[in-house]
Write a protein that binds this ligand. Structure first.
Ligand code: SF4
Ligand code: SF4
Length: 476
């Protein structure tokens, strides 16, 4: 397994670091990570990308297509909108297939690019490192100042700074919770919760408070534990990565043996050292508190902070950058290039198959779903001297954004339709409609006990659907 095999520190058999969590001390207590603020090329790019990320996160709920949100995942109502298309529980096979496709992509993507998603696109990493931690640096100061403040007695400055930090953390969590809810209920309903009297929106308001509490708890206290202990994607790394996967890796061939040559030592004691000067800068900036020189570890979220830190050190000691870099285990061990493995090709093929099936389903998906069934327990009724009727129930799912007055006609045989109560079945927009109707057919058109019928469903003069059903008559 790659997690174990890649470890190459100065003592290659030394694997004891795997017995401990970087964030737990010997007594089993939480060890708070005071990560240093990274600086460098990757951090600058990630910062700019995070602005775009936040713009998308906070902007998408306002985007609408034909009056509908671009995305909405209303789990309580079982209503999902993706790119302006409504999906109902009846479409769940599409949703299931989308999930399978998504999982295939994750497998493929991770096999090829490791935890690139975690470092660059994961909401947890972006909000934690690019929003909350920056606020923390702003209010409490750098890592050393934070440590000192933590040790200081509870007095004026400490009380002020810590309180301010938590107020800001909660305020940000509250804003995120509002937008998070907008992805569930839509921005219009969120606006109602904000602008209308609270008494009418207690459930919505309580949801905002619960989400705010969760986000605040995660970013103020739980922090990196979300990635290292809870996240299932992180847990899967050990089975998804192989020796050709791209990871943030330490070049132990170049770096070891690590250390600094001592001055004025006897010639016999001088050994040829690698490029790592054992300065621990890569460890100090790590938000999960690990030492990447021990090899790839599940706790590594691929944030690239250690790459920036080490590149800075290499610049100072005038050595080439890239002692820690994006690489694969093989590329470091054998000088191989990152390449496209057979496993990745198989995953790509499977992805394409599922993606094609998904596209076919999406493109052939109807806006109206109809179920017509003969009313259970009913056979047929005699209508006057020369006709027979059957009673039916109809259920219609309307995925469009307009009401539909639905009329029914028999297509393949002479006969009449009598909708009970109204001349048509009313189906509200983005809703469901149901009704009952009689099909009345002259006896001389019925030649079998069971006659197959085609029912045409019309909206005004426009035929929108044809549905098959059967008609029962007396035994001939
Ligand atoms: S920052 Fe670079 S030189 Fe310093 S300890 Fe880490 S790998 Fe070694
Ligand atoms: S080891 Fe490096 S890339 Fe991994 S989490 Fe720590 S700083 Fe980020």
């Amino acid at each position: 397994m790659v997690m174990a095999s890649i470890s190459k520190n100065k003592n290659n058999t030394e694997e004891s670091f795997r017995d401990n969590l970087a964030t737990v001390d010997k007594e089993g207590r939480r060890k708070w990570i005071y990560a240093w603020k990274p600086k460098g090329k990757f951090y600058a790019i990630r910062t700019w990308l995070s602005y775009l990320y936040f713009l998308i996160f906070f902007g998408l709920p306002f985007v609408k297509i034909n009056g509908r949100p671009l995305f909405m995942f209303n789990i309580p109502k079982g209503k999902f909108i993706v790119f302006g298309n409504i999906f109902w529980p009846q479409d769940f096979f599409i949703f299931g297939l989308t999930m399978i496709t998504f999982i295939f992509f994750i497998i493929l993507f991770t096999a090829a690019f490791g935890r690139l998603f975690c470092g660059w696109a994961c909401p947890q990493t972006n909000f934690m490192e690019m929003m909350f931690r920056k606020v923390e640096f702003m209010v409490l100061g750098n890592a050393n100042e934070q440590k000192a403040l933590n040790k200081a007695p509870w007095a004026g400055e400490k009380i002020f700074k810590v309180t301010l930090k938590h107020i800001l953390f909660y305020a940000l969590s509250f804003i995120i919770a509002n937008f998070f809810l907008a992805y569930i209920i839509g921005i219009d309903d969120l606006q109602k919760i904000i602008t209308e009297p609270l008494s009418g929106h207690m459930v919505g308001f309580t949801s905002i408070l619960i989400f705010s509490g969760i986000f605040y708890g995660v970013y103020a206290f739980f922090r990196e534990q979300a990635c290292t202990v809870v996240c299932p994607y992180g847990r899967l790394q050990s089975v998804l990565l192989d020796k050709n996967s791209m990871i943030v890796a330490y070049d132990y061939i170049r770096g070891e043996p690590r250390g600094i040559q001592k001055k004025h030592q006897p010639e016999s004691a001088i050994i040829q050292l690698g490029d790592c000067i054992d300065c621990f800068q890569c460890v100090r900036v790590c938000p999960t508190g690990i030492d990447i020189r021990n090899g790839v570890q599940m706790e590594c979220v691929g944030c690239t902070a250690c790459i920036d830190a080490c590149n800075d050190v290499m610049d100072k000691i005038q050595k080439p950058r890239g002692l820690i870099r994006y690489a694969s285990e093989n590329s470091i061990a054998n000088g191989e290039r990152l390449h496209y493995t057979t496993r990745m090709k198989i995953y790509t093929g499977l992805c394409l198959v599922v993606l094609t099936a998904l596209s076919v389903l999406l493109f052939t998906r109807k806006d109206i779903n109809v179920t017509v069934m003969r009313t259970p327990g009913q056979l047929f009724q005699l209508r006057g001297k020369d006709s027979i009727s059957n009673l039916y129930n109809i259920k219609v799912m309307n995925k469009t954004d307009k009401d539909i007055p639905l009329t029914i006609k028999i297509e393949n045989i002479n006969g009449a339709v009598q909708v009970i109560g109204k001349p048509y079945v009313h189906v509200a927009k983005e809703g469901q409609g149901s009704g009952s109707f009689f099909l009345i057919i002259p006896k001389n058109n019925i030649h079998n006990r069971k006659t197959e019928l085609k029912l045409a469903l019309y909206e005004g003069d426009k035929k929108i659907l044809t549905e098959n059903t059967s008609f029962l008559g007396p035994v001939q």
